[in-house]
Design a protein around this ligand. Structure first.
Ligand code: DLZ
Length: 290
């Protein structure tokens, strides 16, 4: 029955409205549908998860908008870059988290908080690509976009220490042809990971759903069946504007992200495979000793 929750803040004036909207854009919030009438305007911003919480007792709440984030230091950086006045220093809570309070517009205090990393030793891949070999498959359809994705991917790999000679770029006609080449490169045994880059625009293809489903399935299947990490930098967009945003403008560069994920996956796979090997060896030793 319950569908969602919207916390509405009435801001002091259009200056504050603009300042808050600009800041929330800079922090990467997804915009909802804005509205404007003769009596005012609204700018909704969406969050992946929301809740309403009632609090009783002596706890100091600092602000009535609380935003949980995954990287508080980056938020602090955005606040500094956007010149937000009244952004306080990061503080520790008594409940294993950190927070900071900012007042981006008069009367609108926002508390940003992040849970401290759990103490368990999660296995994660780091972002050092030295000595790794990557195959990048990029489709030529919408090359205006895909070449930007390629530049983003190359930038990520080179900045992370991968040498030029260890990167092979293969161009295919359209997104539909990406999976077969991904599998060919993966099966060659020459690459630690495969980065796939393409751009499907709904307006340009009546069979958009079919192609995008097939491309996604094919890339996933190649990854699972070859055991070589594949990352997905194929844009599936409604229009050119969305594609441009994801290829280096507002929403970052998905080619850069796909390459970064590939580096992380290679490092992660090496770690988990080593752990699995070590476990198997100690099991063998134990059973021999019996
Ligand atoms: C045919 C087609 C269309 C209409 N649109 C796109 C697109 O938006 N993005 C893309 O990468 N490829 C498109 N293609 C081409 C197909 O992916 C494929 O290359 C051709 O159908 C040839 O098999």
């Amino acid at each position: 029955m319950i569908k969602g929750i919207t916390t509405i803040r009435h801001v002091a004036g259009s200056k504050e409205f603009k300042a808050l909207s600009k800041l929330f854009d800079a922090m990467g919030f997804e915009r909802g549908t804005p509205w404007k009438t003769a009596r005012g305007q609204g700018a909704p911003f969406k969050v992946p998860l929301g809740q309403i919480e009632f609090v009783e007792g002596l706890e100091t709440l600092h602000a009535d908008i609380w935003i949980e984030v995954t990287d508080l230091d980056s938020i602090s950086g955005v606040l500094a870059k956007e010149n937000v006045k009244g952004a306080e220093k990061i503080q520790a809570t008594a409940w294993d988290s950190r927070f900071l309070v900012a007042e981006p517009a008069k009367g609108s205090k926002i508390l940003f908080w992040q849970k401290n990393r759990p103490a368990e030793d999660a296995i994660e891949g780091d972002l050092n690509a030295r000595g790794m070999r990557f195959g990048i498959i990029v489709s030529r359809w919408n090359s205006f976009i895909t070449e930007r994705l390629l530049q983003g991917a190359l930038d990520a790999l080179r900045r992370s220490g991968c040498s030029k000679e260890d990167i092979t770029v293969v161009r295919v006609p359209g997104a539909f042809e990406i999976p077969s080449q991904a599998r060919t490169l993966a099966e060659s045994g020459k690459y630690d990971a495969i980065v796939t880059l393409g751009c499907l625009i709904r307006g340009e293809t009546t069979h958009y759903e079919h192609i995008s489903t097939e491309v996604t399935r094919g890339i996933g299947q190649s990854a699972q069946e070859t055991g070589v990490p594949h990352t997905y930098g194929v844009l599936t967009c409604e229009n050119l504007e969305q594609a441009l945003d994801r290829a280096g403008l507002k929403a970052g560069n998905k080619g850069f992200e796909a390459a970064t994920s590939a580096i992380e996956m290679v490092n992660l796979q090496r770690k988990t495979q080593n752990r699995a090997k070590t476990k198997a060896m100690s099991k063998k030793k134990k059973s021999k000793g019996r």
